[in-house]
Design a protein around this ligand. Structure first.
Ligand code: MOS
Length: 763
């Protein structure tokens, strides 16, 4: 098998070769193909992590601490151990030695939400930390026995209030190795001198992941080999990280995750998988662990709270002279997600001066983590609300104000945009939404008891392509293609879109392509996060296919119509029922794959491609953007807010599948709607305990809360992204909360700067 590692010149840096799929039309690209995994899910044939039946299975339940900080004084497990069906109770006293989980981003394949020791000592770091695990013959027996464990603590003073955390002082937040700080010019002086300004504080609460599939793992040891069926966004990361924890070689840990019922950043490596593996080792039997919904809130981190100042100074024409976005995000001493809310302000607007800064305050709590568009989601709420406030003050249309401050290159980095058509997205969206019906002033439209308003806001999320993309491709004589990559399908359509891309590049029918994923034994370190999986896999596939074409030509091309051609001179091509390669631009010079393989003396050909480093990110400022439009109603009697229309108009490069893309956009916008109106993790500041760890108390939008959501896109290929496509997974949540807040202000005249916008804030 040829393993291809592409050397420079790269196709996606200046001077490199173009990617034909970035620009040329193809019937499969953009087509609304239904998800290839859909039928299995509908039929109940898709196995999720908690659905693998193993012989002699045991079932786990966790006991959680009830104090935020201190030591375990006594731990009485006798009653639990004597309860029916109990196999064992594991605590720090009998757990096997384990190293801390390497924390995500600290190493290329680290997967941990934090790096605290797991069951190695008696210390308690947060309220809800697992302190015992019960293993029993049935889940019910484990759940019962768990209620019999008695724990007493030596409590220590803990920082569980924002005021105390702030009073202790903050430190410069660092994200992905970079300080979250930008200073260009003297923004405070420019603000003070500006004829028009807004200067306000915006607050966003803690939020929790609520994937419908609970976090779960089914774990078994075969000698020194660890086998884990996990619900994860990171199979390769999880395998490597568990190997570090248990002192194994990476090849001794095999993680699979063929189906994932939602992730959003929360399905990484947390204590439950580690504890299940440790308990399985101790018991000598397989273990299934499924966190309860409460267990997810206590064990798996969510989004942290922020307090943000946005100050905008503008001249008489509305041009920004100062853009200040600063504030504080709360973290713990053992995680690395400072909720980088200044990200939108770094690239959305030109301004005469900038001051952007995130400070981190530390609290004793469960490690906060990545949650859909970390930073941009809450940062765009503050920034895009402030823009709306300034537009009102200047009496300029909010879209017009944005147009006046549209940058022609990245305003803080100075690099050119790879492709940016945000104003087109606004124009298209405004037209479809009927923006011209909006009244400039609030409280101008009333229908019965309801005050009705419209608002808009900009959505933005960076293009990422993380290092480590790789793919293995096998082509057989019948034209069947198998792609293997350690990637993930959480319902986004990843497998479908990759099948479309590979079919298009090879010229074979879609049904000939199988995309296999969710297995740490496959190539690649591909995270289903950062809205970058499509780019990561797509880039690796390009390299792999070059290797495939090279081999086909070298081993089977001599003496054919393709004799002497180089891999970049041929294209995958379909002629009737036949599929093969032709000379680019000359379909008459065509040889079938079957013929090329036969001449090469091969039944099949297998290649592996390794994506080059993401150099495009050094040359270009690459961002998906969009315009969110909202129509909201506020009940003049009760204050109840309702969103009655939402529209998202996106500029994310080429859209690869109209159906799955629309679902991604809509799903993100629904999450943004929840953030705007209802979601809030209630945290008891006296003791650091989450008070609403259930879907009956933590409100997410239900069907009746969600209006018709219209989505559209510019569909302009980005010449510097694989297949012309930037990410679409996270952008929908960005901008949406601000669009809702702005529409509510337009409806009733009340500016709410603290999420969620509940009716008590509108009376
Ligand atoms: Mo997302 S927060 O990158 O899963």
């Amino acid at each position: 098998m040829q393993k291809a590692v592409e050397a420079a010149p790269d196709a996606f840096i200046p001077g490199g070769m173009p990617d034909p799929l970035a620009g040329e039309a193809h019937e499969l690209i953009g087509a609304p193909v239904s998800r290839v995994d859909g039928a299995r899910k509908v039929r109940g044939e898709a196995p999720f992590a908690a659905e693998f039946a193993l012989d002699a299975m045991t079932y786990a339940a966790l006991v959680h601490s009830t104090i935020p900080k201190g030591r375990i004084a006594t731990l009485d497990t006798a009653a639990a151990e004597a309860a029916p069906g109990v196999v064992l109770v594991m605590t720090h006293r009998n757990a096997p030695p384990m190293k801390p989980v390497p924390m995500f981003l600290s190493k290329p394949k680290a997967a941990g939400g934090d790096n605290l020791p797991v069951f190695q000592d008696d210390t308690v770091h947060w309220n809800g930390q697992p302190v015992a695990l019960v293993l029993a013959e049935t889940q019910e027996q484990a759940d019962h026995a768990r209620s019999l464990v008695r724990v007493a603590y030596h409590e220590e003073p803990a920082v569980t209030s924002l005021a105390e955390a702030m009073a202790r002082g903050t430190e410069d937040a660092v994200f992905q190795g970079e300080p979250l700080n930008v200073e260009i010019g003297d923004a405070e002086a420019a603000l003070a001198a500006a004829p028009h300004r807004v200067d306000a504080v915006y607050r966003t609460p803690r939020l929790n992941h609520n994937a419908i599939e609970l976090h779960a793992a089914t774990v078994a040891w075969h000698g020194n080999e660890l086998r884990i069926h996990d619900a994860t966004q990171a199979v390769a990361h999880t395998a490597w990280s568990l190997a570090q924890v248990f002192g194994l070689r990476e090849s001794q840990v095999h993680v699979t995750s063929p189906f994932v019922g939602g992730g959003f950043g929360g399905k990484a490596l947390w204590q439950h998988q580690v504890l299940a593996a440790a308990a399985a080792k101790l018991a000598g039997r397989p273990v299934r662990i499924v966190l309860s919904r409460e267990g997810v809130y206590r064990t798996v981190g969510g989004r942290t709270l922020t307090e943000q100042r946005v100050a905008l100074g503008a001249d008489n024409e509305g041009r920004f002279t100062a853009l200040i976005h600063t504030g504080t995000a709360v973290m713990t001493a053992h995680n690395n997600m400072p909720e980088p809310f200044i990200m939108p302000a770094r690239s959305l607007y030109s301004a005469g001066s900038f001051r952007l800064d995130v400070q981190a305050a530390k609290m004793d709590m469960l490690a906060n983590t990545f949650m859909r568009a970390p930073g941009e989601s809450v940062g765009s709420f503050a920034l895009e609300s402030a823009i709306d406030e300034l537009a009102g003050q200047l009496d300029i249309d909010p879209i017009g104000l944005r147009r006046r401050n549209e940058p022609d290159r990245d305003p803080t980095k100075g690099t050119p945009f790879s492709s940016r058509h945000l104003l087109d997205a606004y124009r298209m969206g405004a037209e479809r939404f009927g923006w011209k019906e909006r009244h400039d002033r609030p409280r101008m439209r009333r229908e019965g008891e309801w005050l009705v308003g419209m608002g808009c806001a900009t959505a933005t999320y960076p293009y990422y392509r993380m290092p480590g993309g790789a793919a293995r491709i096998t082509l057989t004589r019948d034209g069947a293609v198998r792609v293997e990559v350690a990637a993930h399908e959480m319902g986004m359509g990843t497998a479908t879109v990759q099948a479309q891309l590979v079919a298009a590049r090879l010229g074979v029918p879609l049904e000939n392509v199988t995309v296999a994923y969710g297995d740490s034994a496959f190539p690649g370190v591909v995270l289903a996060g950062g809205s970058q999986q499509t780019a990561s896999i797509g880039r690796a596939v390009v390299v792999a296919l070059r290797a495939l074409f090279t081999d086909l030509l070298r081993l089977g091309g001599a003496g054919t119509l393709l004799d002497g051609l180089h891999f970049d001179e041929v294209r995958g091509h379909r002629r009737g029922q036949e599929t093969g390669l032709c000379k680019a631009g000359d379909p008459a010079r065509f040889e079938t794959y079957a013929a090329l393989l036969a001449r090469a003396g091969r039944a099949e050909m297998r290649v592996e491609g390794q994506a080059p480093p993401p150099l495009e990110l050094q040359h270009w400022s690459m961002h998906s953007t969009g315009a969110i439009f909202c129509e909201a109603r506020v009940n003049a009697v009760t204050g109840e807010p309702r969103v009655t229309r939402l529209l998202g108009s996106f500029d994310c490069g080429r859209i690869l599948n109209a159906k799955t893309a629309a679902s991604q956009f809509r799903g993100g916008m629904i999450m943004g709607l929840g953030m705007a109106l209802m979601e809030e993790t209630q945290f008891d500041e006296r003791n650091g305990r989450v008070m609403n760890p259930s879907l009956s108390d933590y409100h997410v939008p239900a069907h009746l809360d969600v209006p018709h959501i219209d989505v559209m896109w510019t569909d302009i290929p980005d010449p510097h992204a694989p297949a012309g496509a930037r990410g679409i997974g996270e952008i929908g949540i960005t901008g949406t909360a601000a669009a809702v807040a702005n529409a509510i202000h337009n409806a009733c005249g009340i500016r709410v700067r603290e999420l969620p916008i509940t009716l008590d804030k509108l009376l």
